[in-house]
Design a protein. Sequence first.
Lengths: 89, 124
Amino acid sequence: MIAAALYFAFACFGIGLLLCMARLVIGPDSADRILALDTMVINVIALMVLYGILQGTAIYFEASILVAMVGFVSTVAYCRFVLRGDIIE
Amino acid sequence: MTDIAQIVISIFIVLAGIFGLVGSYGLIKLRDTMQRLHAPTKSTTLGIGSALIASMFYSLLIRGTLSFHELLITLFLFLTAPVSAHFIAKAYILRNTDRKDLPETGTAFDWSAYDDPPVPPKGD
């Protein structure tokens, strides 16, 4: 039963990634594209956590912590670039 | 006992999937950028939160070991989500709002999206 629920959640987050990809392509403003990338990172973190449950190991938690940190830093870096025209002043 | 544990874990996993889908669907459905800023918070707090609760319950009830990795991810995401949303809103304001439409700040500094950050005096 847990496996069936996991495959349902995989499908949901996969569709979510496709919707974010659509917003990344059509987004009229660069803020929309940054937001879509941020949401894609969120979906990937959830996919990795659920894949860790499916595989029964704890390795994927470390990987998802790293993905969360890199995603936050990349979001802030993109926004800094839009705001200031430079990332590190 | 194991059946109840499996049902609880499955409910949390299904909730995580539904809220993740809702958060990403809101990105497509909502009309304005400032409205779209609202949608992914659902997938951050409720979607990832449910997935991490399910993972904690799985390691506690099925495998018999208590795991605290998930709390780290939850804490990190809850701390960083407002910061990144604030930055995205500032980037949107800078590019899409006319300065003359905004009220005066009433201080020595302008809105932070338009003005340089205040420089501390020398000697500090």
